[in-house]
Unconditional design. Sequence first.
Length: 140
Amino acid sequence: MLLEELKKLHKNKNVMTETRFHKKTYFDDKVDYFLNISMPDLRTLAKKHYQTVSNSIMVQLITNEIHEYRLLALIILSYQIKEQELKEQEKTVEFYLEYLDNVNNWDLVDVSAANILGRYFYNIDDYNLLYELSLSKNLV
């Protein structure tokens, strides 16, 4: 259901390799594709489905070459972690870190780093991994 609704949002949109905000980027040596689906549309879709989306759909979203699919996955994770107990938050963070290479643009980091990693590490009062990540040479 979620994927069908997402496809309807971009049915008549052209696929691009750059936007006004994003210059040509690469995802596993492939071009990153953009559909210009609006943030309000993605947030609406995420709010509708974040409680019921399956793990397999989340993997399809976070590994997709289309930027907005990955962005939707991160918005969903951000909504989910707000309602989770600490043990479930840990699983969300593990999922996020497993697919961290797919968080490959500034807006993906902005929507997820504080909301997912920041929330969890604040809750457990352990900032070592955040510090380690901050030392990365990767500016994304």
